[in-house]
Design a protein around this ligand. Sequence first.
Ligand code: ATP
Ligand code: FE
Length: 342
Amino acid sequence: PPILAIESSCDDTAAAVWAGGRLASSVVASQRVHEGWGGVVPELASRAHQRLIVPTVKTALEEAGVPLAEVGAIAVTYGPGLAGSLLVGLSTAKGLALGLGIPLIGVNHLEGHVYSVFVDEPHPAFPFLCLTVSGGHTLLTLVREGFVHEELGRTRDDAAGEAFDKVARLLGLGYPGGPHIDRLAASGDATQFALPSPRITNHKSRSVADFSFSGLKTAVRYTVADAPEAAGMAPDAWLEANRADVAAAFQHAASEALVGALSDAVRQTGVQDVAIVGGVSANSGLRAAAQEASGAEGWTLHMPAMRFSVDNAAMIAVTAAFKWAAGETDDLSLGAEPSLKL
Ligand code: ATP
Ligand code: FE
C-alpha cells in the first residue's frame, strides 16, 4: 500500500507519495517568508507550515492519483530540526494515522538524506560510503543494511552548507547562500585566491577525515577585509570586481576537501559505492569534482537528483519504505527530537 510522507523540519513544507516501489509524487512548498531576514525565523517557519501543510499533502495525493483512503502508512520527520516546525508535521501525521487507523513511521531527517539516493535508480548497494553535506551537518559514514551508520569523519565546527551561507553573506549575497555561490563561481577564477583546505587529517583517531569549515570561512572574511586596502580600492568596488573569484576559490577549496576525503575513504575501506547527499550535494563544483575523481579512481558515484538534494519528502517516503519493510513502525506518542543524531 502507498506511503504518504510529510517533512517539515526546517523551512520547507513537503509531502510525497511512495507507491508500488517507486515515487508517485513529491511536492515542496517554498515558504518565502524568510527572505529579507538573512536566515530562517523559527516562529515564521512554524506558522507557514501550519498554513501550507494541508494543501501540500492534498496536492501530493492528487499528483500521485492516490485517494487518502488508499494510503497504508504515514511517514513523518521527527528530528532533527526546529521544534515548532517538526511539531506541525508530526501533529498532521498523527492525526492522519489515527483517523485512518494506519501505522505511523517516524523518520530521522538525516537518515532521509542518506536514503535520498534510493529515490531513483540506479542506487548503491550496501555497504556504501556516504558524505552528508547539508545546512546543519557534514558527516562521512559507512552505511550498512539495517540502518547502521558507522562514522568515518565529521566537521568539528560549521557544516559545509553553513559555510556556503556565511561566505555568501560576506560577499553580500542572499540567503540561502549555496545556490548564489554556485552560480557566481561558474564565472570566477578559483586560482586568484589561495584559501586553506577545510580538511583535518587526524592520525590519532580512527576517522578518515574530519573537517573545519569555520577556518575556511574566516580566511574568506580576512581576504574580503584586507585585500581592498592592499589593492588601493574601496571595499565595495573591490568586492564588485572580485566577488566571483572569491566564490570560485571558496567552492574549489570546499569541493576538493570533501572529494579528497571520499577518495581516502574508498582506499581505506575498499568500498566502491559512494553517495553524496544533502543540500550541498546540489553544488555543481562538488558534483563535477566528485565525478572526475570517481572516473579517475574507478569508484561508483551516486547523487540524488538536484531536487532531492535539498529538503524534500521523497527521501522521507523512501526511508519509510525501508523501515516498514523491516517492520519498524512507531507509536502515536512519538515526539519531536530537535537534536536527533544519525
Ligand atoms: P540539515 O539537513 O543538516 O538538518 P537543512 O535541512 O537545513 O539542514 P539542506 O536543506 O539539506 O539542509 O541543505 C541546505 C543547505 O544546502 C544550505 O546551507 C544551502 O546553502 C545549501 N545548498 C543548497 N544548494 C546549494 C548549492 N547549489 N551549492 C552549495 N550549497 C547549496
Ligand atoms: Fe536537510
